[in-house]
Design a binder for this molecule. Structure first.
Ligand SMILES: Cc1cc2nc3c(=O)[nH]c(=O)nc-3n(C[C@H](O)[C@H](O)[C@H](O)COP(=O)(O)OP(=O)(O)OC[C@H]3O[C@@H](n4cnc5c(N)ncnc54)[C@H](O)[C@@H]3O)c2cc1C
Length: 90
């Protein structure tokens, strides 16, 4: 592997992990379960283990990707609306 590739991967991991470290303190304060990697545990509707609390994007997924973060944001938004309307199970 070329040296610049190693450097780029290292920089990516540092950025990603430093972003991810911002997530757990608030989630932990709320009592949300965290995965071993530090990501917030969510179900398929992006609800955390605390009912009414939702998480999406990098804080709830190991793979950092804009498209996934945007899509999950939409899912979480719809699910939180359903939760407030009493329509979300679980
Ligand atoms: C260097 C780098 C390059 C990347 N390149 C690509 C790429 O080419 N393609 C791709 O698909 N993805 C790329 N990614 C990944 C992509 O940027 C992320 O997956 C995406 O931005 C995640 O969006 P997010 O909304 O979950 O988090 P973020 O974009 O990190 O947004 C979280 C926001 O919450 C704010 N915040 C944090 N804590 C608090 C708090 N307590 N109160 C209020 N606000 C708070 C932060 O300031 C931030 O603005 C890259 C990431 C990095 C680091």
């Amino acid at each position: 592997m070329w040296n610049w590739q190693v450097a780029a991967q290292s920089a990516w991991r540092r950025c990603s992990s430093s972003r991810r470290r911002n997530c757990p303190p608030l989630a932990a304060q709320l009592g949300c379960d965290l995965q071993s990697e530090g990501c917030i545990t969510t179900d398929s509707s992006k609800q955390t283990t605390i009912p009414g609390v939702f998480a999406c994007g990098d804080c709830a997924r190991m793979a950092g990707n804009i498209s996934l973060a945007v899509g999950e944001g939409a899912l979480a938004g719809v699910a939180s609306h359903r939760s407030l309307s009493g329509l979300l199970q679980g």
